[in-house]
Design a protein around this ligand. Structure first.
Ligand code: NAD
Ligand code: DAU
Length: 359
């Protein structure tokens, strides 16, 4: 039975990945989820699987070297899937240090702990051990408004925000371990994810939540910045395929060829809400374009992201399965059915962040 060490598994993509893996492999695998439960980590995301015999949760910080080494000493880990990170660009602009701490130092600690556990005396590694570093397309910087320009695996790293600079640094560290120590790893660089359990500081859940409450929909700048949206299950599937079918030491871009301007996304959300909400639902009255409010632009706002997923398609056969029109419906339905989840995550500290951020 393969044992996975998933870092950051209580967050948005990590929890969706854990659900995906149990749906796919059921009792064939064991998952250990290590997460320090920052504001973005939520064990409610994993309630339905928490009693499985082949699942263990450990509350620990990935920067804690002793705690990470202990996990490797006590368990025969076969796969590391490293999601844990500070992930929100706006927060990184306000408070960069914690991004360097978790995303750079935390990644170094994870690499060292895995290397220590897996390396043999002759410098080679125990058989079939693999580390996957989950990264982002933001490390490549920004593309012009030219629909023929894409990010490739060979595109030079050119990060702009403290968040993307910290992720690019962690990518370089993983690359250094592969180049120097032949450490068995892969790097994946994925575009914007959306789906269930996404924290409502990010564009899609924030707009859904605000529209339902009749709150304004804050659009940064001219609203024409482009992101390439991928349904989170397609990302989970890609990570698993890269780890099992990809070539070690390679970087793979993951994206949906689904580029949309932010304003288009907001309009689609409003239309879909009106399509889904029952005629007698009082929240229908709140939903409409009058909520759209143009606000000050994000500092250093990257204009356009667009992934060319040619390599992962050609080498591994992965392609995005969920069309945006279906994925956004699934997502909105999930948020409508999980109002309690939204209430819980938006209480307390998040209220403080929101009123500071959008004052
Ligand atoms: P998230 O913010 O929802 O979740 C991050 C998780 O990491 C949380 O559970 C948090 O508690 C945990 N964490 C943070 N600091 C930690 C620490 N020091 N020790 C242990 N756990 C810690 O993030 P997400 O959107 O799920 O992103 C997951 C990963 O995927 C990140 O590495 C991110 O850079 C990458 N990524 C995200 C996207 C996206 O669109 N969200 C796209 C591409 C890549
Ligand atoms: O591209 C992958 C990245 O996508 C991940 O690496 C990050 O972890 C993830 O947070 C996401 O970063 P973005 O900055 O692209 O996502 P965000 O949802 O914050 O913003 C998407 C776009 O919407 C961006 O152009 C900024 C804009 N925006 C965002 C918010 C929160 C608004 O116009 N208004 C808002 O209130």
């Amino acid at each position: 039975m393969r044992t996975y060490l998933v870092t950051g598994g209580a967050g948005f993509i990590g929890s969706n990945y854990i659900h995906y893996m149990f749906r796919k492999y059921d009792t064939e695998i064991r998952i250990i989820n290590v997460d320090s439960l920052t504001y973005a980590g939520n064990l409610e995301n994993l309630q339905d699987i928490e009693n499985r015999e082949n699942y263990t949760f450990i509350k620990a910080d990935i920067c804690d070297k002793e705690a990470m080494e202990k996990i490797f000493e006590e368990n025969d880990i076969d796969r590391v899937v490293h999601f844990a990170a500070e992930s929100h660009v706006d927060r990184s602009i306000r408070n960069p240090e914690v991004f360097v701490q978790t995303n750079v130092l935390g990644t170094a600690v994870m690499l060292n702990a895995a290397k220590k556990a897996w390396e043999k005396e002759d410098g080679t590694y125990l058989e079939n051990k693999k580390f996957l570093h989950v990264s982002t397309d933001e490390v490549y910087g920004s593309l012009p408004d030219d629909e023929n320009a894409f990010f490739y695996e060979t595109t030079p790293l050119d990060p702009h925000s403290p968040y993307s600079a910290s992720k690019a640094s962690s990518d370089m560290l993983v690359k250094a371990y592969m180049d120097t120590y032949k450490f068995p790893a892969n790097i994946t660089n994925c575009s914007n994810n959306y789906g269930p359990y996404q924290f409502p500081e990010k564009l899609i859940p924030l707009m859904i939540n605000n529209a339902l409450q009749g709150k304004s929909l804050p659009v940064y700048g001219d609203g024409k910045n482009v992101r390439d949206w991928l349904y989170v299950d397609d990302h989970a599937k890609a990570i698993d395929m890269v780890q099992e079918q990809g070539k070690l030491f390679e970087r793979y871009n993951i994206g949906g060829h689904n580029e949309k301007q932010n304003i288009e996304i907001i309009e689609i959300i409003l239309e879909t809400l009106l399509e889904i909400l029952p005629e007698d639902d009082p929240r229908r009255a709140n939903v409409g374009k009058q909520l759209i409010t143009y606000v000050e632009d994000r500092k250093g706002h990257d204009r356009r992201y667009a992934i060319a997923p040619d390599k992962i398609k050609k080498d591994i056969g992965w392609y995005p399965e969920t069309m945006f029109k279906d994925g956004i419906k699934l997502t909105i339905k999930w948020f409508l059915e999980n109002e309690e989840w939204m209430k819980n995550v938006t209480s307390g500290d998040y209220q403080k962040y929101y009123s500071e951020m959008y004052k």
